[in-house]
Ligand binder design. Sequence first.
Ligand SMILES: Nc1ncnc2c1ncn2[C@@H]1O[C@H](COP(=O)(O)OP(=O)(O)OP(=O)(O)O)[C@@H](O)[C@H]1O
Ligand SMILES: [Mg+2]
Length: 340
Amino acid sequence: MVAQQAPTVSATQLSGTTDLAAIFRAHPERRYVMFGGKGGLGKTTFSAATAFWLAKQGKRVLVFSVDPQASLSDIFQQDIFGKGPVNIMDNLWAQEIDADRHIKEYQEEIRQKIRDMYGLDEVPAEIEDYIQAASAEPAMEESAIFDSVVDIVNQGDYDYYIYDLVPLGHALYYLSMAKVYDEWIGKITHLREEMREYEEVAARMKRQKEVDEDQILGELQYIRNRINSASRILTDKERTAFFFVVIPEQMILIDTKKAAELFARFDVPIGGYIVNRVLPEELASQKVPAYLRNRMEMQRGQLEEIRSTLGSQVVGHIPELERDVTGLPMIERVAQLLYG
Ligand SMILES: Nc1ncnc2c1ncn2[C@@H]1O[C@H](COP(=O)(O)OP(=O)(O)OP(=O)(O)O)[C@@H](O)[C@H]1O
Ligand SMILES: [Mg+2]
């Protein structure tokens, strides 16, 4: 019988801890999963690996992105942009939302409303100019994105929804926009409601019948509901699991800490931190060039810092791999490292 070798510190430190798998098992109600972090740290990689692992556990999973950069197409090595949910393997679908197309659909909807309202065949040129100008506004893109996220989450019948998020700054921006919109629409809706009461009183005094249904009020409430349901998911402590991806580098950790504070202010429940791109400790016992030795030394310092500041909030360490993570076999390998 061969004696079981005691795990070295570095092995436990680097193994994809099973903590993450345990978290998923303990909280089956957390069906909305997000990986946030600065650009290029591994959000898409972990989104795909998590989707893969959950699908292998027999869950129906949709991993989706609103990023025009089409990163899911890269990692799954399939062109899925703007094609709706594309089946990748048993239980796993991936979707990349084409926000531009949603904006075009919006524009068409507006044109149709104008044509119907005024009984026109063509939308007048100056109104067309206005529609074009409005579509160039970032707000239009955001509401197109909000809308498509809400559609996806409302329509699908998946067990898990995994958001392949845009880099932190953008995610925060969306979140803050949702709050601003919400407050703004709240105010307008309130004013509109008050006005409506006056109108009703005035109508009754003039013995008119019912005031026409207030279309503007209806529209405002509709927009508000949609924005709310998009941001509500992000801040739902019961149903959302939000993980930060970091790497052991000082600047990244400083930025992430700031972002985490902001996220907390928007009530985003942070489920833990995953440390990516950790240089394998076994390299230390090999003849490696000085610069690599220095980098490992630097990482060791940052890993210690992470341990002392984040402690049990760290749910996994993933080593630096010898190549990019693209294609199912590499995704499976990361899933193995993440979930054991
Ligand atoms: N542990 C790792 N070892 C080797 N390569 C990795 C590792 N993790 C991620 N990568 C690679 O790093 C690159 C960036 O990863 P990824 O696309 O997942 O980051 P991201 O956070 O989604 O980036 P963005 O902010 O641009 O969306 C990819 O080429 C990916 O394959
Ligand atoms: Mg990405």
